[in-house]
Design a protein around this ligand. Structure first.
Ligand code: AMP
Length: 314
């Protein structure tokens, strides 16, 4: 597996890659969620390229940029095992050299609602880095997780708006055995918080059950939407360690609040556990099927979770 640190070397290597290229951008500290994207890319492409870059422009001034977990050696071992061909690991100076001026700035409700409301500038950083990486790697396919539903919507919009020649592949959220969505930030959670965190998943399940019931009687009504949101909030309120930010039903592509119960739609939750912000969602697709993600009962996944928390304690 090749490790590439500079834009110039990446450009040279790109010339040599033939066939379909699949690309998975990440911020590292990899878990089974990331690896599911790489495995799918491996199955669908001749060449698989990853990137590991903790992108400073998508972090707010008071966010966790400096303490974001990192373990490059372990990440590279995992990518090697999945059969990744090359990993781009640039420095911040390589991506944003002195004089950097040009950003991709998504506008409107999609980036002002939900995560955009609490994290101003976040999606500008995401869109900028993703477009830069797309232009460097020139992949035929790029892989993203449904876990970050609003990021998916922003990137889908950017690719359509700017005619970026890439096929986006959006894959389900991979979950720990108790339903908690895997996230590099889960390593911040102390044991009591870690076990309380699965309440987010249970709240989404409560929301889904209520949604299905309401659809039978109150499809097309605002009251139905409110009932679903209450079902999620009631479940979250039972866990004192959780400080709710939002539990809402929103349109999956515009991210506007839903006024009537309908599909496709998203059940969305964002909550703080201590200083750690967790987000999760269930997607009700247009065909009426739900994407709730995939629970991985696999011992390796729990072992890697243990390793991560041990590493954090060191
Ligand atoms: P990150 O390193 O957090 O920027 O994530 C890199 C990619 O992995 C993004 O497309 C995420 O949506 C995706 N991802 C993160 N967590 C999960 C998960 N639990 N399941 C599936 N994909 C995920």
């Amino acid at each position: 597996m090749q490790i590439i640190n500079s834009v110039q070397v990446l450009a040279q290597e790109r010339e040599r890659w033939t066939g379909q290229v699949g690309f998975v951008p990440t911020m590292g500290y990899l878990h089974e969620g990331h690896l599911s994207l790489f495995k799918q890319a491996r199955a669908e492409n001749e060449v698989v390229i990853g990137s590991i870059f903790v992108n400073p422009t998508q972090f707010g001034p008071h966010e966790d940029l400096t303490r974001y977990p990192r373990d490059l050696e372990r990440d590279l071992r995992q990518l090697e095992a999945v059969g990744v061909d090359a990993v781009f690991v640039p420095s911040a100076a390589e991506m944003y050299p002195q004089g950097f001026t040009t950003y991709v700035v998504p506008e409107g409700p999609l980036v002002e609602q939900a995560e955009g409301a609490v994290r101003p500038g976040h999606f500008r950083g995401v869109a900028t880095v993703v477009l830069k990486l797309f232009l460097m790697v020139c992949p035929q396919r790029a892989y993203f997780g449904q876990k970050d539903a609003q990021q998916v919507a922003v990137i889908q919009r950017m690719v359509a708006d700017l005619n970026v020649p890439v096929q986006l592949r959006i894959l389900p959220t991979i979950r720990e055995a108790d339903g908690l969505a895997m996230s590099s930030r889960n390593s911040y959670l102390e044991p009591a918080m870690r076990s309380a965190a699965s309440t987010l998943y249970r709240a989404l399940q409560a929301g889904k059950t209520c949604f299905q019931q309401q659809m039978l009687t109150k499809a097309g009504s605002l009251e139905g939407v409110q009932q679903v949101e209450s079902a999620m909030r009631e479940m979250l309120a039972q866990e004192p360690l959780i400080r709710l930010d939002y539990a809402e039903v929103r349109d999956a592509s515009s991210f506007l609040p839903l006024e009537t119960l309908q599909s496709p739609t998203l059940l969305l939750i964002a909550a703080y556990m201590g200083n750690t912000r967790l987000i999760d969602n269930f997607l009700l697709r247009a065909d009426g099927t739900w994407d709730e993600g995939v629970i991985v009962e696999d011992a390796n996944a729990s072992r890697s979770e243990r390793e991560r928390s041990q590493w954090m304690r060191k």
